[in-house]
Design a protein around this ligand. Structure first.
Ligand code: GTP
Ligand code: MG
Length: 206
């Protein structure tokens, strides 16, 4: 898919304030600092459309972008940001879970996990929550440029083994680097194929 236009629409504090759910939507989620905003910029081939930061907790609102005047891309706040109070963390989690459960046009959630780590409890629990709530998702390994190929492959295999403890089938997996722009075209290909399928089946969002 060629990205012809990518426009920022708005930042929303709650799902009720999000733009009208009139187009297919693809959202990016994961722990704070995992690289969501960087990956979105790499996918869209824009330098600073989604705001990135070295300090975790940069994205605190639900950010909507319209791509090719045809679909929404969403940058969600990170979960599990340690340096805020417990009640604030719970508030963030509520914003995220309410958004996911109520956003009628959400077609797929890309769950980002850091390729440098073994499966983290918070990510595994979030993925299980997606399963329990029938949320369609894919898993995206980030920052793969920071890993040697063999260690990267080992971490991915570990992750698969962890998922297969609870899942019969593995979800789609993408290995990415925003730095090197790897894996980004595969994600776009998936979105493009899904959009075509939705159009073919005359799925309407309103
Ligand atoms: P929050 O909005 O705070 O939840 O963070 P985020 O998940 O949007 O992360 P962000 O994209 O802001 O990136 C966090 C840090 O990781 C930044 O310093 C990025 O430069 C760095 N980073 C992100 N992706 C990559 C990558 O693919 N490779 C490398 N080497 N660094 C990356
Ligand atoms: Mg961000």
């Amino acid at each position: 898919m060629v990205i012809k236009t990518a426009e920022f629409v708005k930042s929303s504090a709650r799902w009720q304030d999000c733009p009208e759910p009139v187009m297919a939507e693809y959202a990016f989620i994961g722990r704070s600092n995992v690289g969501k905003s960087s990956l979105i910029n790499a996918i869209l081939n824009f330098k600073d459309l989604a705001k990135t930061s070295q300090t975790p907790g940069k994205t605190q609102l639900i950010n909507h972008f319209i791509i090719n005047e045809n679909w929404y891309l969403t940058d969600l706040p990170g979960y599990g940001y340690a340096r805020v109070s417990k009640s604030m963390r719970r508030d963030f989690e509520k914003i995220i879970t309410n958004y996911i459960l109520n956003r009628t046009n959400l077609v797929n959630l890309f769950v980002l996990v850091d390729s440098r780590h073994t499966p983290q409890k918070i990510d595994v629990e979030f993925i299980e929550w997606c399963g329990e709530n029938d949320v369609p998702f894919s898993i995206v390994f980030t920052k793969s440029d920071k890993m040697k190929p063999a260690a990267l492959a080992e971490n991915v295999e570990n992750y698969k083994a962890e998922l297969l403890k609870t899942w019969e089938e593995l979800p789609d997996l993408y290995i990415t680097s925003a730095e090197k722009k790897t894996g980004t075209s595969d994600i776009l290909k998936f979105i493009s194929k899904t959009n075509e399928l939705l159009a073919k089946n005359k799925v309407k969002f309103e």
